[in-house]
Design a protein around this ligand. Structure first.
Ligand code: SAM
Length: 246
């Protein structure tokens, strides 16, 4: 089901993201990456990475570190050792991502590696990653616990887990307005732009089924992560959860 949904939305994915969030998804992803604090030479895994939005930001951030004050201190080899793996279950989304990488001048970028794979059964070694991100991906998986266990397994000690996800608004009136927007406006816009109302209906319903902020934080802690916290953005429309593996 999820495979079909993302095959259907892949080509209009960026346009629909902008329309549905009024462009805010860009700022949310910037915030996610600023919390990650990327560094040259890091090994990072962006799961459900789709069209590469988060990975491009991480790479740009790392290249900017080089351009800023540390220019003389940083070794070029260290920059080249950076590896950002974009893992997604859907080859169509990865295909759109690779095309976008070329358009952005990252076509020959060795640091960016596109991997088809399932968040619930990652093909990466234990303790191999400095960072793990998943943006707008975890609510679509079958077993959230398996995804969290896999994130914990592949992270090194000291590695950071970050999850950006549509979440729950708990402010009266604002919540009602948001419900009308998500249940009526999003499927209608989806139909207008892509001719596929059902996929967008599914995406909205999946937000309702996703555990609220506190409950999700508890699940992250149960997977073994420490210092688990979350930040609500736009009153909880979106939340960024984080945790550390000690
Ligand atoms: N992270 C990207 C972003 O924020 O623009 C893409 C988010 S998109 C809403 C969700 C992505 O999750 C899709 O590309 C879909 O193929 C992927 N996905 C769904 N289930 C997955 C799974 N079990 N393992 C890996 N990727 C998955």
């Amino acid at each position: 089901m999820v495979g079909n949904v993302f095959t259907s939305v892949a080509s209009n994915y960026d346009l629909m993201n902008d329309l549905m969030s009024a462009g805010l998804h860009r700022l949310w992803k910037d915030r996610l990456v600023s919390k990650l604090n990327p560094f040259p030479g890091m090994k990072h895994l962006d799961v459900a990475g789709g069209t590469g939005d988060v990975a491009f930001r991480i790479l740009e951030n790392i290249k900017n570190v080089k351009r800023r004050a540390m220019q003389d201190v940083l070794d070029d080899d260290l920059i080249e050792e950076t590896r950002i793996y974009v893992c997604d279950i859907n080859p169509n989304m990865l295909g759109v991502g690779k095309k976008r990488a070329e358009e952005r001048g990252f076509g020959r970028e060795k640091s960016l590696i596109w991997v088809e794979g399932d968040a619930e059964a990652l093909r990466f070694e234990d303790n191999s990653m400095d960072g793990y991100t998943i943006a707008f991906g975890i609510r679509n998986v079958t077993h959230i616990e398996k995804v969290l266990a896999e994130a914990y397994r592949v992270l090194k000690r000291g590695g950071r887990f970050l999850c950006l996800e549509l979440s729950h608004v708990d402010i009266p009136v604002y919540k009602d307005l948001y419900d009308v927007y998500s249940f009526s406006v999003i499927p209608a816009v989806g139909e207008l732009v892509t001719g596929d109302r059902e996929s967008y209906q599914y995406l909205v319903e999946s937000v309702r089924r996703f555990p609220p902020q506190e409950q999700f934080a508890k699940m992250i802690a149960e997977a073994g992560f420490q210092k688990v916290e979350y930040e609500n953005l736009v009153g909880g429309v979106v939340a960024i959860h984080s945790g550390l593996k000690f």
